[in-house]
Design a protein around this ligand. Structure first.
Ligand code: ADE
Ligand code: ZN
Length: 330
């Protein structure tokens, strides 16, 4: 309990969080009922029991099915507000939230609805508690480059209305077979438009995808990146250039990226001087929010309190906040 209090009290940012991955089974059932969407599960428990994953794709199948209950602006608001309250309880002072418009527009939900619901909750939470959030609009890499461009063009008319929160572009979904190169042109366009850039790389995919995310997509931060360890030159570059990695320990365990938390390379990365951070990824599916992730690695990797504090401080440094606000939070 003492360690729990210490972890919660650390000023920290959460930088790798998929808002659709915060939909708890209870809320999935509530929204299904509200929207008269039928689910192939007869109870909250039977849905939760299905959360036994063997790899990224086995999770993504359920994650996209779960998101099918999101129809109205209120649904997106309720999902986002539920997450923000959990994050606030964990002592998170800033979040950078990923959302996947294509998951919703492909089902006929307007992109305006998605933005309005998520940003509405983010603004209300900031007004009421001071917890700030930025939004990272992410492209699904299993879909085409053309679909990513269409999504960008559909979102751009909203940019001005959401310029207080929508600051970045990301890349997620099935990694292997969908290399960074596939999105080189759309990321170049986003860079030219002045967006901050991140991409998932080196989760299931090879270290080469991490190098290519940096060199071809020009991202500033890597989501996951745990397989970078397979390339010593890349590791040295991550250290020299202080390129942040947003690591998600419980996710890695649940998706069998690591077999045992005691073998997670987070502690080695940290001790070598990589700018690693701890994040929840999809907390409703992976058995824990951000403080649970800190707790899990503290225990399994025997991290000291000063190492936990370093990880939390890294999250502020690696955020897209202006330097003045970073300094105020550290
Ligand atoms: N979408 C949601 N969570 C993801 C993850 N861990 N990797 C890739 N795509 C995702
Ligand atoms: Zn992720």
């Amino acid at each position: 309990a003492d360690l729990d209090d210490y972890i919660v009290a650390l000023p920290k940012a959460e930088l790798h969080l998929h808002i659709e991955g915060t939909l708890e089974p209870e809320l999935i059932f509530e929204l299904a009922q509200r929207n008269k969407v039928s689910l192939p599960y007869d109870s909250v428990q039977s849905l939760r029991d299905a959360y036994a994953f063997t790899d990224l794709q086995s999770f993504l199948n359920l994650y996209y099915a779960g998101a099918s209950v999101l129809i109205t602006e209120q649904d997106f608001y309720d999902m986002t507000m539920a997450y923000l309250k959990r994050a606030h309880a964990d002592g998170v002072c800033h979040t950078e939230i990923m959302f996947d418009p294509q998951t919703h527009t492909e089902r006929g939900v307007a992109i305006e609805t998605v933005f309005a619901g998520i940003a509405g909750a983010v603004r209300d939470m900031q007004r009421d508690t001071g917890l700030s959030s930025y939004l990272i609009m992410s492209f699904l890499r299993h879909l085409s480059e053309a679909s990513a461009f269409e999504t960008l063009e559909a979102a751009l008319p909203l940019r001005e209305a959401y310029d207080d929160v929508w600051v970045a572009i990301g890349l997620d979904s099935a990694e292997v077979g969908n290399p960074p190169e596939k999105f080189a042109r759309v990321f170049q366009r986003c860079k030219d438009l002045g967006f901050r850039l991140v991409a998932h790389a080196g989760e299931e995919g090879p270290a080469q995808y991490v190098s290519d995310a940096l060199d071809v997509l020009h991202v500033e931060r890597i989501d996951h990146g745990v397989r970078s360890e397979e390339d010593p030159a890349l590791m040295q570059r991550l250290i020299d250039e202080q390129i942040p990695l947003t690591v998600c320990p419980l996710s890695n365990l649940k998706l069998c990226v690591v077999d045992d938390m005691a073998e997670h390379n987070l502690a080695r990365f940290l001790r070598q001087g990589v700018l690693v951070t701890i994040n929840a990824d999809d907390p409703a599916y992976f058995g824990g929010y951000v403080a649970d992730n800190y707790r899990a690695v503290a225990k399994s990797l025997k991290l000291s309190r000063s190492e936990l504090a370093q990880l939390a401080d890294n999250s502020i440094v690696a955020s897209f906040l202006p330097i003045g606000r970073k300094a105020a939070l550290r």
